[in-house]
Design a protein around this ligand. Structure first.
Ligand code: ZN
Length: 339
């Protein structure tokens, strides 16, 4: 099915895949949140040794929860990104088997090795885990709001702008990593396969949900061996980082990445209409109105973007370094968006 090394040691896909899982795990600890736990518990079978609910992702909180967690053999993470990250953190720190059962596909935490934890006001990625198995229960995932599952395509759509950025950086001899055209081609094939499933993703059918999960897993086959996510992270994410620091609040990840793809594909002059048509077809929300971003804030963010990325040496060379964003460009770009 998927060629190459993914971060997923084994997987179980199917409607009802979580049913009875609890009776197979020995002594297990659950990490979750209220709503996903209420949905999953009656179907799980077996009695966990303990249940840890996400409080927040601060490192101090995680370490307190880690110290208080009961002895067990397996950590079963059930929920969205934070519940999965809490499970990853505990499994990593204690050297335990991890079983991940996402109940929503809005972020790719369930297939990535590291856990996102908060140190002060920056998120850092720590640890190394692989789900064994990854449990994709389509029925459970469909209990999440449709638009939030559809948000999962954001980090696949970002291949569109990120690969362009990497090519641009390589062409300017400014790539931070050895440029790998074969990885760019492979990433574009993942995006093409995702785009071909637009209607299935829009309806959140089994086929559509599987397309998102497999897309994430295939991206990992490219990114984990080289140790960076250049094929799926570029200028579209940098706009999001600027907005996050500017407005000091979180956003639905896939939606804000969608807004980034909208604006940065335009700056790149990179098949902008095609990218927007796909977002509309698949039902990905990306409008500033959906994200509650005011026009003045977005205009300010775009005007500051060059300065922002040059002030952060950890960010890669992208179109933002290459093309100047003028006030006239901002006016034109924002005219096509809803506030
Ligand atoms: Zn992302």
């Amino acid at each position: 099915m998927i060629e190459g090394q993914t971060n997923v040691r084994s997987s179980r896909f199917g409607a009802g895949a979580i049913d009875g899982l609890g009776s197979e795990l020995g002594r297990f600890l659950v990490t979750t949140m209220d709503l996903p736990w209420r949905l999953a518990q009656p179907r799980l079978g077996g009695q966990p040794a303990g249940v840890l609910f996400v409080e927040n992702m601060k490192i101090e909180t995680l370490d307190r929860q880690l110290a208080a967690a009961p002895e067990c053999d397996t950590v079963l993470a059930i929920g969205g990104g934070q519940a999965i990250d809490l499970g990853k953190y505990i499994a990593w720190k204690r050297g335990l088997r991890l079983v991940s059962a996402p109940t929503i596909l809005s972020v790719d935490a369930f297939v990535t090795p590291a856990a996102g934890v908060r140190h002060g006001h920056r998120v850092e990625y720590v640890g190394q885990t692989s789900p064994d198995p990854l449990v994709i229960d389509y029925d459970l995932i469909r209990t999440a709001p449709r638009e939030l599952n559809i948000a999962g395509v954001g980090d696949l759509l970002s291949i569109h702008t990120a690969c362009f950025d990497w090519e641009l950086a390589a062409g300017a001899s400014r790539s931070e990593f050895p440029f790998r055209p074969e990885d760019v081609s492979a990433a574009r094939a993942i995006l093409a396969d995702t785009m071909a499933k637009a209607d299935a993703i829009r309806s959140c059918s089994d086929d559509g949900l599987r397309a998102i999960v497999e897309g994430y897993m295939r991206v990992n086959t490219l990114c984990l061996p080289v140790g960076h996510y250049r094929v799926e992270e570029g200028s579209e994410h940098y706009l999001f980082y600027e907005l996050e620091e500017r407005l000091k609040r979180p956003f639905m990840h896939g939606w804000i990445v969608g807004l980034g793809v909208h604006l940065l594909s335009r700056l790149q002059e990179n098949r902008h209409e095609e990218a927007v048509a796909f977002m509309d077809q698949v039902g990905l929300r990306y409008q500033p109105a959906d994200l509650e971003i005011k026009r003045a804030d977005l205009a300010g963010s775009l005007a500051n973007l060059r300065q922002y990325v040059t002030g952060r040496p950890d960010l890669w060379h992208t179109v933002i370094h290459e093309r100047t964003i003028t006030p006239a460009w901002i006016d034109q770009a924002l005219a096509g968006l809803k506030f």
